[in-house]
Design a protein around this ligand. Structure first.
Ligand code: SAM
Length: 203
């Protein structure tokens, strides 16, 4: 089985699971300077690499992926890095397996590439016709799963409308800002942080 080292963690990569790539590394980089504590949720976990880098600062983390192999891979990696006691990993579609509890940190590197034929084929990368299918569903629900002072950090491509995402977040009572971006091949990958707008108001 393939594997890589990230920040002193060994990440095994099972066949059929998205391997940590530039987008994963950008999320990891963004996380390093972000305030992260309390309870965590990683959506679209893949190998679990992003959550693994954060979990040392968290009380526990719930990881969700629609691909059962990715869930198995996430479990394996927490086990191999002696962090399994902090993990609950489940197979499912975004927030569907969860009750509306408030997580302090929500992380997501979703499938975000445009699928030219309009219907998602490979769930590891295809974000549907405009590349926004998962991002838009995430933006529609994330506020209901984030604690009052919590933060969500997710990734998308600049080809699919950064301003559109920030606008949608605003319409859902949240504020967003770009935390990190890098140019990669034909696009920029962008890590965006969201908070509840009312968490920024003084009581
Ligand atoms: C681009 S990969 C990122 C994997 C990992 N987070 C990383 O950064 O290496 C996207 C992941 O989202 C998962 N996924 C796709 N659609 C999903 C959905 N509706 N709900 C949960 N996970 C989904 C895929 O199985 C894949 O593991």
């Amino acid at each position: 089985m393939d594997g890589i080292e990230i920040d002193g963690l060994h990440i095994s990569i099972m066949k059929g699971v998205y391997p940590p790539s530039e987008d994963t590394f950008l999320m990891i980089d963004a996380l390093k300077s972000a305030e992260v504590s309390g309870s965590g949720l990683e959506l679209c976990s893949g190998t679990g690499a992003i959550g693994l880098v954060a979990v040392g600062r968290l009380d526990f983390i719930v990881a969700v992926d629609i691909n059962p192999l990715a869930v198995e891979n996430t479990r394996r990696n927490y086990l191999e890095n002696n962090l399994y006691a902090k993990l609950c990993a489940v197979a499912g579609d975004l927030f569907a397996p969860l009750k509306k509890v408030g997580f302090d940190v929500i992380l997501m590197n979703p499938p975000y590439l445009n699928d030219d034929e309009g219907s998602p084929k490979d769930v590891s990368w295809s974000g549907g016709g405009a590349g926004r299918e998962i991002v838009d569903r995430f933006l529609g629900s994330v506020g209901g799963f984030l604690s009052r002072e919590g933060r969500a950090i997710f990734l998308q491509s600049d080809l699919n409308g950064i301003d559109e995402s920030l606008g949608r977040a605003e319409s859902m009572g949240m504020v967003g800002k770009v935390l990190r971006s890098i140019n990669f091949q034909f696009e920029s990958l962008v890590a965006i942080e969201l908070k509840h707008a009312n968490s920024l108001q003084k009581d």
